[in-house]
Design a protein around this ligand. Structure first.
Ligand code: MG
Length: 237
């Protein structure tokens, strides 16, 4: 049986290459501490959770910016500074502080060895809905290109990130593989465009019964690499 040949592999970032929640929570805590010093009275009304709700509300009221999470966070900060009489010039300092902490992620151990090896055989492109920055994280060298929803104007499951990656690599969807942890935004979105979709299931989750199953489920990148090696022996490439 012949397999499609893969020339391009796209990778989701958050929760595929590192656990996302600890980095976001640390960043939100650090920003909140900073805000307490800047905006007296704010903490009588707001908590990290109410600020999260404010971002969700903003995203549903303004879907046109919902794909740009940095912009959404900046808007909420600007409103907060307005409400509590802060100096608007300080907003950027708060954003810088948040983004610095948000990008202090702990890579899973398989990331560097496996992606370094795959990069020699495939075009690798990272595609993220969030504001993780491969440059700050120190993994830009593992990818040929890195794309974000903010840059391409739409978050997955919209096809823009995949389309942009396919175009950059000059590859047809049938010769591309996507790897990500989210059943809808990664697996369903990729397969809808004709890519092969691998579900990164690091925590042994149950696959949602209402969705078509992924082409492949892997528990880590070593498993992905072993599967790819089986399909395409190294001496033939
Ligand atoms: Mg993810």
């Amino acid at each position: 049986m012949s397999h499609p040949r893969f020339d391009l592999i796209t990778f989701d970032l958050d929760d595929t290459l590192w656990p996302c929640l600890p980095a976001i929570m640390a960043a939100e805590r650090r920003l909140f501490e900073w805000l307490r010093g800047r905006l007296p009275g704010m903490e009588d009304v707001h908590t990290i959770e109410t600020l999260r709700d404010a971002r969700r509300r903003l995203m549903s009221e303004h879907p046109e910016i919902a794909h740009d999470l940095t912009r959404v966070r900046r808007h909420v900060l600007e409103r907060l500074f307005e409400e509590y009489g802060g100096n608007p010039a300080d907003v950027e300092e708060g954003m810088a502080l948040f983004l610095d902490q948000r990008n202090r992620v702990q890579l899973y151990q398989d990331v560097r060895p496996v992606l370094s090896a795959l990069r020699r055989r495939y075009t690798l492109i990272s595609v993220t809905n969030g504001n993780a920055d491969v440059g700050r994280i120190g993994i830009a060298d593992l990818f040929h290109h890195s794309l974000s929803a903010a840059e391409v104007g739409a978050a997955r499951p919209a096809p823009a990130l995949f389309e942009c990656a396919l175009q950059l690599a000059d590859v047809e969807p049938g010769n591309a593989l996507h790897v990500g942890d989210d059943p809808v935004r990664d697996v369903q979105a990729a397969r809808g465009l004709g890519l092969t979709a691998v579900w990164m299931d690091r925590n042994g989750q149950a696959w949602p019964g209402d969705l078509a199953p992924p082409h492949r489920r892997v528990a880590d990148l070593f498993e992905l690499q072993a599967w790819l090696d089986d399909r395409a022996p190294v001496d033939t490439v």
